[in-house]
Design a protein around this ligand. Structure first.
Ligand code: 5GP
Ligand code: ZN
Length: 138
């Protein structure tokens, strides 16, 4: 499925040009137009899925299976010391393009990139109940 008003659907099918680093019939990876660091890239399925909640298991398996190779290629080329691989789902989580994508953010010591959060404190009783409740749904 392709969504008419989706910018990543247009990038996926080549209607909008992108600095592509990897392409198959099902996936395209390309450099982010507003990179957090040099080499910041994204991989998307060519089919439209809004976010991880909509993604099917087969597509998820295939897309994550190419993540290590792409990460290594970016690391080798940029010489980055580390990398954040992350993806956002929903506006509240920072998603700005509603077409599932995974970020590769190369990291070097002293860069100004921030993807951290303040560590909270778990409520032990709630954690036991919550874990069981989530487990029951899987
Ligand atoms: P999100 O905030 O949804 O997790 O990430 C969306 C990412 O897509 C952002 O990092 C943004 O810079 C990137 N982006 C948005 N529009 C374009 C575009 O037209 N081309 C490319 N290459 N990247 C884009
Ligand atoms: Zn799309």
């Amino acid at each position: 499925m392709v969504k008419d008003d989706c910018i990543f659907c247009k990038i996926a099918n080549g209607q909008i040009p992108s600095a592509t680093i990897y392409e198959t019939t099902e996936f395209r990876a390309f450099l982010d137009v507003s990179p957090a660091n040099r080499g910041h890239a994204l991989i998307i399925p060519k089919q439209h899925f809004d976010n991880v909640f909509m993604l099917d298991d087969e597509t998820a398996g295939k897309i994550f299976s190419v993540v290590p190779a792409i990460a290594r290629a970016i690391q080798e080329e940029t010489g980055c010391e580390g990398m954040n691989i992350l993806q956002n789902n929903g506006a509240v989580a920072g998603q700005t393009v509603n077409h599932f994508h995974i970020h590769f953010v190369p990291r070097t010591k002293g860069d100004n990139v921030s993807v951290t959060w303040k560590q909270g404190e778990a409520d032990k009783d709630d954690s036991v109940k919550l874990a069981q409740a989530i487990k029951n749904r899987l």
